[in-house]
Design a protein around this ligand. Structure first.
Ligand SMILES: *Cc1c(COP(=O)(O)O)cnc(C)c1O
Length: 399
């Protein structure tokens, strides 16, 4: 679905973009349309190849009114022309990778990123004859040095899971474009409130909607935002043929979550800053990584390209596995669980050796550089919307 750019503020956009009172019932809130098929006014073609902008709704894998409302809202929030929603963040990631790359192409990927993305790029793409180079994209020179004549895509995640490395998106876009490649950005940790990658030169923005944009831990979804042309190419192949479409029910839940994203992000950031400060001052915590702290290695880049430092903190302790066991037994408020960006605070231990083996497969200088930030492992703490004093007290009794 494509949208008109709006010059309204981000809070008004989050509440109203993609929504309008129902013309028949006057309903103020969005309708949930679960129909899988639509009665035609006149006979239409049977192939998605015959779809055009005036086609209307025909079949819900091709397009659905509730999903379209979510897509319009997200496109407006990112300042993009068009958006496609998917069944999960990984479905959105796969959609970009599989539509932008073919056998014989080369892709440059951040060497620390979401584990699913790490495994898809390192294990699946090579099976299809796609060459993959992983580099630490927080140093733009590494991207430039990895570019080849057949590089079609640069994929970065910023802030990157789990150590919150920041990549300078203007630089990454300049390097990708000067080599004839596109730039895709997984901006899940940043959200459209912190950074609008398209405005910094990116061609595709990817979000796991499961995280901050839904915000309540009760719907899985993903999205890609970009130019009308970039999104149209993904629509036919990935939405219609690969088929990983989002349920209208999940889209409806995520529309509701997205409306409060700006005010939630302000609260996540304010609490995360307090908790990060507490951890940084605590002698039991040798190292804290939070983009909003002056001690973060790319704090300056973060301050320049993020309007909000988001709510995720990584920190180390002397004995991670023992502390993790204590947390599962004693935490009273924070849930020991994967995922992030929910109104409930979540924490989990990410051990370096296991992550390297299952997902990142780094060696040499890249492994040394990861270990310099993460040591044997980090706790990834996603700060929710509880009172920060209660979160600090909960952490204090398990550290
Ligand atoms: C969770 C996540 C994904 C995958 O999203 P799902 O909705 O779980 O498929 C991709 N990238 C990042 C940064 C994530 O945090």
């Amino acid at each position: 679905m494509s949208v008109q750019r709006s010059n309204r503020g981000p809070r008004t956009t989050a509440v109203h973009a993609g929504e309008a009172p129902d013309p028949i019932t006057g309903a103020s809130a969005p309708n949930l349309v679960m129909s899988s098929t639509y009665v035609m006014e006149k006979p239409a073609g049977f192939s998605a190849h015959e779809l055009d902008e005036e086609s209307g709704f025909i079949y819900s894998r091709w397009g659905n009114p509730t999903v379209a409302q979510l897509e319009q809202k997200l496109a407006a929030m990112e300042g993009g022309e068009a958006c496609l929603a998917f069944a999960s963040g990984m479905a959105a990631t796969a959609a970009v990778l599989l539509s932008a790359l073919s056998t014989g192409d080369h892709v440059v990927v951040s060497d620390t990123n979401y584990a699913g993305t790490a495994e898809l790029t390192r294990q699946t793409l090579p099976r299809f004859g796609i060459e993959v180079t992983t580099v630490d994209t927080s140093n733009p020179d590494n991207i430039a040095n990895a570019m080849r004549s057949n590089t079609k895509l640069v994929w970065v995640e910023t802030p990157a899971n789990p150590i919150l490395r920041i990549t300078n998106l203007r630089e990454a876009a300049r390097i990708a474009h000067s080599g004839g490649a596109k730039l895709a950005v997984d901006s899940t940790f940043a959200t459209p409130i912190a950074t609008n990658p398209l405005a910094l030169g990116a061609d595709y923005v990817v979000h796991s909607l499961t995280k901050y944009i839904c915000g309540h831990g009760d719907a899985v979804g993903g999205a890609v935002i970009g130019s009308k042309q970039a999104i149209a190419a993904i629509h036919l192949e990935s939405t219609i043929h690969h088929g990983g479409v989002i349920s209208p029910f999940n889209a409806w839940m995520i529309i509701r979550g997205a409306a409060t994203l700006p005010i939630r992000m302000a609260a996540h950031q304010a609490s995360a800053m307090k908790v990060a400060q507490f951890l940084e001052d605590d002698p039991r915590v040798p190292s804290v990584l939070y983009p909003g702290l002056a001690s973060h290695p790319q704090h300056d880049v973060a301050a320049a390209q993020m309007d909000n430092f988001s709510g995720i903190i990584a920190f180390r302790v002397a004995d991670g596995p023992a502390t993790a066991r204590r947390m599962t037994e004693k935490l009273a408020i924070i849930h020991y669980a994967v995922s992030l960006g929910h109104h409930r605070s979540l924490i989990c231990w990410i051990g370096t050796d296991a992550l390297m083996e299952s997902s990142f497969q780094l060696s040499g200088k890249q492994l040394a550089s990861y270990r310099a930030m993460a040591g044997d492992g980090v706790f990834r703490l996603s700060i929710g919307l509880e009172d920060p004093e209660d979160l600090i007290a909960d952490l204090d009794q398990v550290l």
